[in-house]
Design a protein around this ligand. Sequence first.
Ligand SMILES: C[S@@+](CC[C@H](N)C(=O)[O-])C[C@H]1O[C@@H](n2cnc3c(N)ncnc32)[C@H](O)[C@@H]1O
Length: 463
Amino acid sequence: MTVTALADIIRTQAEILETSLPRHAYTDYHGDKSLSIARSKLLEACDKLNHLVTGPIECSKTDVMGIAQGHRVHAALQYVCHFRLASHIPADGTPVAYEEAARAAGVDTSQCTRVLQLLMTYHIFREPGTRIVAHNRNSRVLLDEDTGAAVEWLTQESLRSSAFFTEARAKGRRWSTGGSGGGGGGVGVGVGSQQRQATTTAASAALNIAVEDLDRPAFGFLTQPQHGATSETSMKADRYARAMAGMAKRKQLSPEHLVSGFAWSALPAGATVVDVGGGSGHCSRAVAACHPRLRFVVQDTNAALAEEEEEDEVDVVADDDDRLRREKGEKAEKEASVRFVTYDFFTPQTVAGDVYLLRRILHHYSDQDAVRILQAQLCAVRKKPGARIVVMDNIAIHSGTLSTLEERKTRTLDIAMMALFNSVERDLEDWKELFHKADPGLKLVNVTKPLGSALAVMELRLE
Ligand SMILES: C[S@@+](CC[C@H](N)C(=O)[O-])C[C@H]1O[C@@H](n2cnc3c(N)ncnc32)[C@H](O)[C@@H]1O
């Protein structure tokens, strides 16, 4: 396509957006599919245009040399997060002298200025006058506790794991056998199960090399600080929990898609939704806000949740030998419908539920471990007729199915999973195979992908 043909697309789609949506609210298309498509076409054309007029070694944002230097920007962002620079700049957009911001953060003025000035070229912060800095809408998101934690986690543990990505592969780890190097073009999109069987343990992920002496699965390192935890590992686990809540604030990962992607209203009043690995409970809260007739049990191993634990007020699966059901008092009935329980999802599920929700859990694990998690939930599903498992996760797509920009997001996630956890994104056939492995009677009865959602909702029933 020519530069002018792309420019025409840009003009047409930009006009659609500009006439229909307020300025700076181009993501707020409220489920209007035509506006969502116009925006997607606009972004895609901009990306292609950028690529077309940029040379391959120009060191811009999108050419090979520019991409190879992306870690400098990540380093700058890491610095800003680490020294909490955003919090020393007025949130209302009033500028402050670099010197003042640096003094408040306890850092060197020259360093701080250079870091901020690089980020400004990426539209993060702005310099409205000489030697002053102010927030813009991009930098202001760092002030949000959860989003700030997400950016910090991405530029700390996640960035470190990426630095050791190839080293982990080269050390006789995943896909390094068979002479095909890194798995060729198949990485991440519909990676066949045979290839996936070559997966080594989650304890040999790149993050394990990045973190000295880390000999257990990296996911555990990120999320489970309670055994002999130092304050640093506790802080990291807290940050990870907040980062996950921050990720969910992105439009495509918003819990609103969970609310619209499943027939919650079809569940009977008082039905229990067990949010397995539910983190800080942000998903349960979002559904509870729209369906107050339902009850929610958020389960996680994260010690950060233990403070809110109210295990005694949760129904547990009745067992013939050892009756575990506990009384729940009237007081509990009146209290909030979202409760927290410490639980390890590799162990048999004991909470009696109508829906077991696994949102953004299974894609962190190899097939072997994902099967163990599903089987642990099936222990409870088998005891309650009609109970089901709802998996909300990414379904990997085949090349060319989506726009390049959308495809880029899912492929980036796939590489993140490989670097952090030695896990993989699955296509629909892979998912079905996984469910079958957990139990041949476990059937995928419905799949939906709400508009604008990166994740699909897969409903499973035991036949
Ligand atoms: C990627 S986050 C997903 C959080 C939430 N479900 C969501 O969709 O945003 C994974 C969650 O699993 C929790 N987790 C990790 N290992 C666990 C385990 N063995 N048992 C229970 N929860 C675990 C983590 O603490 C974290 O909150």
